[in-house]
Design a protein. Structure first.
Length: 220
């Protein structure tokens, strides 16, 4: 048990060192020697866990997408309505992004990388698509239950909320003051569900289905 734990710690340590090197220099300019020096391990130790630099890079890309996927699933399970599920999913991704700024920068850069800027054959699009499909499944559930308008296609709605989610994360990488907290998550979902057009007062005085967050003090 202790040996397995030590192996996991060593692998994670190498990944952290590689992430720092890739974030600082890019994939092409980062050498295995640089990674082992930063990690303070031998080359044989690195090759015990990873076949080459490309596999090491792929492991980081997998970590970015797989951990987001796990957190999204866990967050959705805590919500009852589609609105609650989406809010918790957005907040969970925001929290992960704040804790893993360099990892998210690498994941986004890989998605748009030109030839040579990432390993050939790196699997990024497939996992990104999987994460999108999870959000799409929540939208489909919302339409089936009558919570979401069926005048729009599932993909139109899924792209609307998933696009906003990723846009906020990318903006945060460029503008550190962009808030990624629970209030922002709620506002994003509220805008998605209600829209920005001014509404006429309800004739019967009924309250909006989604509560106002103007005075909300809930933050992550």
């Amino acid at each position: 048990m202790a040996k397995t734990a030590n192996h996991s710690l060593t692998r994670a340590h190498i990944l952290r060192a590689a992430l720092r090197s890739f974030a600082r220099c890019g994939y092409a300019a980062t050498s295995v020697r640089q990674i082992v020096d930063d990690a303070r391990v031998s080359k044989p130790a690195l090759y015990y866990y990873f076949a080459d630099k490309a596999q090491l890079f792929q492991a980081l890309v997998d970590q970015a997408h797989d951990e987001r996927y796990r957190l999204m699933q866990a967050a959705a399970e805590r919500g009852r309505t589609v609105a609650e599920k989406l809010e918790k999913v957005v907040a969970a991704v925001f929290g992960f992004s704040l804790r893993n700024r360099e990892l998210m920068r690498l994941a986004f850069a890989t998605a748009f990388a030109a030839s040579g800027e990432s390993p050939s054959g790196v699997k990024c699009a497939e996992k990104g698509r999987r994460n999108y499909e999870f959000v799409r499944s929540l939208i489909a559930q919302g339409q089936a239950s009558g919570e979401l308008d069926d005048r729009f296609s599932v993909d139109d709605l899924a792209m609307g909320i998933y696009g906003q989610l990723n846009s906020y994360v990318m903006v945060r990488l460029l503008v550190p003051d962009c808030p990624l907290d629970r209030r922002t998550a709620r506002q994003i979902v509220r805008l998605f569900l209600e829209g920005a057009a001014r509404r006429q007062p309800e004739a019967n005085g009924a309250a909006r289905a989604f509560p106002s967050t103007r005075n909300s003090s809930s933050h992550t």
